[in-house]
Design a protein around this ligand. Structure first.
Ligand code: PSU
Ligand code: MN
Length: 311
C-alpha cells in the first residue's frame, strides 16, 4: 500500500508522462497573508492548467500526504492553522493523523516519492544570518532543511533564489558543498527574491527550459542523487525598490531580535513583518515572482515530458 495519496489527475498525468509541477503549501499557510493566500494557491494552479500542465499542490491532511489537492484541500491549506511541516515532521504527522503545510524540503521529498520531477516555489530556505555566530553572538546553526534535502532528492526546483533575509553567500557555499547544481535562468547572477540580483555570480547560466530538461536527463544518466536549483529572477520592472527593501529589512531584523524569535518561527515572523512594514509592496513582489516561477516550472515540465516521450 502506498503511504501517499495522488489525486486522480496527477496519477493519470504521471502514468502518461505528461507534465506535472509540484507546488508547496507552506508558502500558502505561513508565507502569505489571508485572504490573498487562497487566491494565490488557486492562481498558481490555474497558471499551470492554462499551460497544459497538471498542478500537484502538496500537503499532509489528516495523516495522509496528498499529492494534488481538491478544492477543499486548497481551502484548508489557506484557512486552517496548519503546522509547518518539514521532512522530519512527515512520519509524525502520518502516524498520528495530523495535518501540516509542507516546506520546500517536505514538498520536494513527497513530490519525488510520487515521481514528480519539477517543483515551483517562491524562495528556497537557506542559511540564516548569524547561523555561524560572530564575535558577539553564539552560532544558531539555523540552516533550512531545504538545503540538505535537495542534496538527496531528485527534483528540479524553480525559485527566485533565497530571500535576502538569509545569508545568501553562505547558502550558495552550502549548496556547493552539498553538490546541488545551481543554474541561473537567463542570468549569471543569483537573484535575491524581491530583487533581481544579489551580489553573487553563478557558474552556470541557461537560456531556456529545454536546456534544463537536458541537464535533468544528464543528471539521471550520471547517477547523481541531487536535485537541481533553477534560479529565476523577477523581471527588473517588477522588483522591489532596492533602497526601500534595505530600509524595511533593517527594521525587520531589529524587530525579530527584540521579539526573540527563534527556530522555524523566524521565516514566517520576518515575512509578515516585512509585508506590513512595506505597506504591502513586498507581498505584491512576492506574488509576482512566484507566478513567474510557476510559469518557468511549467515550461521545464513540458520540455521534460517531451524529452521523456521522445525517448
Ligand atoms: N520562502 C518564501 N516563503 C516561504 C518560505 C520560503 O518566500 O513561506 C518557506 C518555504 O516553505 C521554505 C521554508 O521551505 O520557508 C523554509 O523555512 P526554514 O527556514 O524554517 O526551513
Ligand atoms: Mn530554521
Amino acid at each position: 500500500m502506498s503511504p501517499l495519496h495522488l489525486s486522480d489527475e496527477v496519477a493519470a498525468a504521471l502514468a502518461d508522462s505528461r507534465p506535472v509541477v509540484a507546488l508547496e503549501s507552506t508558502i500558502i499557510s505561513h508565507g502569505l497573508p489571508r485572504p490573498r493566500n487562497l487566491d494565490a494557491a488557486r492562481e498558481f494552479e490555474s497558471i499551470l492548467r492554462e499551460k497544459g500542465v497538471t498542478p500537484a499542490t502538496i500537503a499532509v491532511l489528516d495523516g495522509v500526504p496528498r499529492i494534488g489537492l481538491d478544492d477543499d484541500g486548497v481551502r484548508r491549506i489557506a484557512d486552517e492553522e496548519l503546522a509547518k511541516a518539514s521532512v522530519r515532521d512527515l512520519p509524525i504527522l502520518a502516524a498520528r493523523g495530523g495535518s501540516g503545510a509542507t516546506t520546500v524540503a517536505a514538498t520536494a521529498h513527497l513530490a519525488a516519492l510520487a515521481g514528480i520531477r519539477v517543483f515551483a516555489t517562491g524562495g528556497l530556505g537557506g542559511v540564516h544570518r548569524g547561523a555561524a555566530g560572530s564575535s558577539e553572538t553564539a552560532a544558531t546553526f539555523d540552516e533550512s532543511a531545504d538545503l540538505p534535502t535537495l542534496a538527496v532528492t531528485p527534483i528540479t526546483v524553480v525559485s527566485a533564489g533565497v530571500k535576502s533575509v538569509l545569508d545568501i553567500g553562505a547558502t550558495l557555499e552550502r549548496l556547493e558543498t552539498l553538490s546541488v547544481p545551481v543554474v541561473g535562468y537567463g542570468t549569471s547572477i543569483f537573484p535575491a527574491f524581491w530583487l533581481r540580483e544579489s551580489g553573487y555570480e553563478l557558474d552556470w547560466r541557461v537560456e531556456g527550459a529545454e536546456e534544463v530538461a537536458a541537464i535533468m536527463a544528464a543528471r539521471d544518466e550520471l547517477g547523481s542523487r541531487q536535485g537541481i536549483v533553477v534560479a529565476n529572477p523577477i523581471p527588473a520592472d517588477e522588483q522591489w525598490d532596492p533602497a526601500d527593501h534595505d530600509r524595511v529589512l533593517a527594521q525587520a531584523f531589529a524587530a525579530a531580535e527584540t521579539a526573540g524569535v527563534r527556530g522555524k518561527a523566524v521565516t514566517p515572523f520576518l515575512l509578515s513583518f516585512i509585508v506590513d512594514a512595506s505597506g504591502g509592496r513586498s507581498l505584491d513582489v512576492n506574488l509576482d515572482l512566484a507566478r513567474n516561477n510557476v510559469r518557468v516550472a511549467a515550461d521545464i515540465a513540458a520540455a521534460w515530458s517531451a524529452l521523456r516521450r521522445a525517448s
